[in-house]
Design a protein around this ligand. Structure first.
Ligand code: PAF
Length: 283
């Protein structure tokens, strides 16, 4: 059986009111669809923690800085609903673009600081779109907790900052990245890799894991990153948009003794892949 699809916002709001009226907690898993095991792991975490689980499916036009990328984004609503059925999802909320952004919509949420480097530099406007839609989805579904994957590390830090700064009454629950057997982080974009590109894509996590080990062993960061760049170029990644070691929370410069993160974005055969790993820096 498929998960029940809820469409107009009025129906979603009515359902949320009834659940809250019974004192039930709500877990939200925001998605853009084309669901894979990574999303399902977020749903399982929500299922464990909350009485009701709402998954949203909305391909948010405002977070695509390239209209072609938006047009080509996979849309697989019925398959998504089927995949969620066995996980006892209470609602797959699929809002209409006109309900999310009515024609007179004039508000953008911008989080500064954490959004500025890395993705912020390479995808101008992307995080404003994410912050705006996430705030709207929170307001529409009133969750007690929302579940986000660590695969989109910078997005996760943005959402944490947003919730803290706007004093939104919900918990943000980070969930570990889910990887394919060869190490490639699961992503809806992986579907668009040709079989040849897919077979080369594991070079990305391999370079990341190797660089992480070398940095943790105390090798100079600049040397390690240069070598990792060269490995990625040799595997056909072009361009490597960034490969940087950052403070895990602020995304500023790494600080010895604080959690750090190594983050990468690179194109393979025209498909943009991102990934990241935790790095423990020596004090
Ligand atoms: O991570 C995603 O799929 C999207 O950025 C999100 C959080 C659903 C907002 O559109």
């Amino acid at each position: 059986m498929s998960a029940p699809i809820i469409r107009p916002l009025s129906q979603m709001r009515g359902q949320i009111r009834r659940w809250k009226g019974h004192g039930e907690t709500i877990g939200l898993v925001p998605t853009m669809g084309a669901l894979h095991e990574g999303h399902l792991s977020l749903v399982r975490a929500a299922r464990e923690r909350c009485d009701r689980v709402v998954v949203t499916l909305f391909v948010n036009p405002r977070q695509f800085n390239n209209p072609e990328d938006f047009a080509r984004y996979p849309r697989t609503e019925l398959a998504d609903a089927e995949l969620l059925g066995p996980l006892a999802v209470d609602a797959l909320f699929v809002p209409d673009a006109a309900e999310v952004y009515p024609p007179d919509h004039a508000t953008t949420i911008r989080v500064s600081g954490v959004t500025e480097p890395l993705e912020g530099t390479h995808r101008p406007g992307h995080f404003d779109g994410v912050a705006t839609v996430v705030t709207l989805l929170f307001n529409m579904t009133q969750p007690d907790a929302a579940f986000f994957g660590e695969k989109d590390w910078q997005q996760l830090q943005l959402v944490r900052r947003l919730v803290a700064d706007l004093q939104l009454p919900l918990d943000i629950v980070p969930c570990p990245c889910v990887r394919a057997e060869d190490g490639l982080a699961l992503s809806s974009r992986n579907q668009r890799l040709s079989p040849q590109a897919r077979s080369r894509a594991a070079a990305l996590p391999q370079a990341l894991f190797a660089a992480t080990r070398r940095i943790e062993a105390g090798e100079p960061v600049a040397d390690v990153l240069r070598a990792a760049h060269a490995d990625l170029a040799a595997a056909g990644f072009d361009p490597v948009e960034y490969l940087e070691l950052r403070d895990a929370t602020t995304l500023g410069d790494p600080v010895a003794g604080r959690p750090a993160r190594l983050l990468v974005a690179a194109m393979l055969d025209g498909i943009r892949l991102i990934d990241n790993t935790a790095v423990t820096l020596r004090t």
